[in-house]
Every structure is written in structure tokens, then in C-alpha cells.
Unconditional design. Structure first.
Length: 341
């Protein structure tokens, strides 16, 4: 198990969780972390003379992908060879068996979800039926990709530009423990702050397992921050080759200028060659350049990079406006936010 960043090695098994969250900005409450971001958006809205300027960024996504948009509809625009099989099921669908084109395990996720909430690895029919009965919204069944690496790639291209670019490359380190032949998983998880935060989410029989010495156990199979995944700033790995791969994919999606690809891949060399990877999700303007959550980035650089992306969003929207593309009416948009049907 890789070492945690120095900023949170504070006698991990003794440091109060509240203190660890306070000194590590990746665990700050979203509303608090976003205060400067919100002020930046207000400034840009005044500059654009539009309270919904951000809805003019990605014309092919509802409201450019700010909230309550269909992830399945977005994925439909990705070439088949670059995405896993998937189908959309309504909340009223009665499931008696797994659709014939799939085999367990599969991934189930809300069609309209945020920050990985509701994403689950489903291993059997009983779990799938339980998921469908409790999700209470349309959801996606997606083929499980067993590719070993996972990453998030942020892509930006202004309408006036011939080529786009990758502005953020984040690799992910899944939450794992390494056995010593004596300690159970609960004890092993107690050794790092990040793992301690996830103990309460695990089943007691799993926590009681004693892994063999040097045996690595993956605690969570879903690569989300709220599942203990560590986001690693890998911007130094951005290359012309990698940018060209995602520029070619992105330019085939008419009206896509700004957003984040979540993907799984075999290795970086293959990814640069445009092979052995699958895009599991494409997010619109609600997405973040998640390298900022690597503590090594630092809070000031994190905000600087986030503000830079807000500026990209503003510039793309202004260019689209000049091209005659309309933004969502402010009254209609805010009514849909505060008074959804």
C-alpha cells in the first residue's frame, strides 16, 4: 500500500478524524471549498452580462451539463469502440434477470448523478434487483471494465481553435491494504487516515478477514473520492500524443468544448496510442479538474487551476454567443433548479 502524502501522516491511527479533515483541503465540505469558486462565477456572470452564461458552453448537453442531465445521452455520442456496453433503464423497470448482453459483475449508476453517488459494483441478480427497487430514478447498467488503471482527463477547446488540449490529467490510486499475516482488515485500515474514513462503510465480516503477508486487498472497487480513492496529480504525463487521442475523439462530438472524461486503461503507453482504454463517463461543465484534490498540488495552486478553468468556460461561452448559440433563459434555468418537476 503506497504511503499517504506527508500532510496527513499524523499518527494516522490516533489523529481525530475531524482534525485530519480540517488540515487536508480535499476533505473540506463542498460548500466551503466552493466559496471562492462561486465568487468567481458571479464575477464572470457580471462580465458576461448573463446569469446563465455557463449554459452556452456545450450546446449538445442540456444546460451544458451543469445539473440534472442524462449521462447516458452524453455517452451515446462516444464512439462504440471507446466505451463499455451500457443500457438505460427507467425507475419503473421490473428486473427479473440480467439482460442477455451482460454478465456479472456489472456497474450500476444513476443516469443523473453527482460525484459518484449511487455508483455500485453489482455482483449478482439479487443485488441488481435490490438496486433497481431502491434507486428511485432512471439508471444505467454498464459493462464492468477490468482494466487495471483509472484516470480523469479534462479537455478544453474553444470554437475558434483547430485543436483542443488536455488541461488536467489525474490518475487514481484505489484504497487497498497490504496484509502482514496477523492483522485483520479493520486493523490494517486503521493505519492510514484515508482508510480510517472508510471503515464504517465496510461489512463486519469483510473487516474481520486476515490477509496473508504481502497480500494486497482492494477495499473499494469504485474509483471515487468518497470511496477512499486517492487522486494523483499526473499533469506531468500530459503529452502531444495523449492530447491528440482525446482531441480526435472530442471533435467527433459536435458541440463539445469543455468537460472531463473518466476512463479505465491498461497502461499509459497504450493510452497514448489510443488503444486499450474505455471511457466510462463524460461530464459537462459540472466537472472539475480533479488533480487539484491531490494534496501535493497545494490549496493555492488548486484554486489557481480551478479559476483558470472557469475562465476557459467563460471564453468558450462568449465565442459560442458570437456564433449565434443561445443560452438557457435565466428564469427558466433557476426555476428548474429550485423547483424541479
Amino acid at each position: 500500500m503506497n504511503k499517504e502524502p506527508k500532510s496527513i501522516i499524523l499518527k494516522a491511527n490516533k489523529t481525530p478524524l475531524w482534525f485530519g479533515k480540517m488540515v487536508n483541503y480535499e476533505y473540506w465540505p463542498i460548500w466551503f471549498f466552493y466559496i471562492p469558486i462561486g465568487l468567481c462565477i458571479v464575477f464572470l456572470a457580471i462580465k458576461a452580462k448573463s446569469v446563465t452564461f455557463f449554459t452556452g458552453v456545450n450546446p449538445f448537453i442540456k444546460d451544458s451539463g451543469i445539473i440534472r442531465y442524462s449521462k447516458f445521452a452524453v455517452l451515446e455520442n462516444i464512439p462504440i469502440k471507446f466505451k463499455p456496453k451500457g443500457i438505460l433503464l427507467t425507475k419503473n423497470t421490473k428486473i427479473d434477470n440480467l439482460p442477455t448482453e451482460f454478465t456479472f459483475p456489472i456497474i450500476a449508476k444513476p443516469d443523473m448523478g453527482e460525484r459518484g453517488k449511487g455508483v455500485k459494483l453489482i455482483k449478482n441478480l439479487e443485488s441488481l434487483i435490490s438496486y433497481s427497487n431502491t434507486i428511485n430514478q432512471d439508471f444505467i447498467i454498464q459493462e464492468y471494465c477490468d482494466l487495471p488503471e483509472e484516470a480523469a482527463i479534462f479537455y478544453v477547446r474553444k470554437p475558434s481553435e483547430i485543436k483542443g488540449r488536455i488541461t488536467s490529467f489525474t490518475t487514481k490510486e484505489f484504497l487497498c491494504v497490504k496484509g502482514d499475516g496477523q492483522s485483520n482488515i479493520r486493523q490494517l485500515m486503521s493505519q492510514t487516515f484515508r482508510a480510517r474514513l472508510q471503515i464504517s462503510k465496510q461489512k463486519s465480516d469483510f473487516l474481520a478477514i486476515v490477509p496473508q503477508k504481502e497480500e494486497v486487498i482492494k477495499v473499494e472497487a469504485i474509483g471515487n473520492h468518497n470511496r477512499g480513492t486517492r487522486f494523483i496529480n499526473s499533469n506531468d504525463m500530459i503529452s502531444n500524443e495523449l492530447s491528440e487521442v482525446f482531441d480526435n475523439i472530442s471533435k467527433k462530438i459536435v458541440g463539445f468544448h469543455y468537460g472531463r472524461y473518466d476512463l479505465k486503461f491498461k497502461n499509459l503507453d497504450d493510452l497514448k496510442k489510443g488503444k486499450n482504454f474505455m471511457i466510462v463517463e463524460l461530464n459537462g461543465i459540472n466537472s472539475e479538474p480533479v488533480h487539484i484534490y491531490d494534496q501535493k498540488t497545494g490549496i493555492f495552486k488548486a484554486y489557481k487551476d480551478f479559476f483558470k478553468h472557469m475562465r476557459y468556460m467563460y471564453e468558450i461561452s462568449e465565442e459560442n454567443k458570437q456564433l449565434g448559440l443561445t443560452r438557457t433563459n435565466g428564469l427558466i434555468f433557476w426555476k428548474s433548479i429550485f423547483f424541479p418537476k
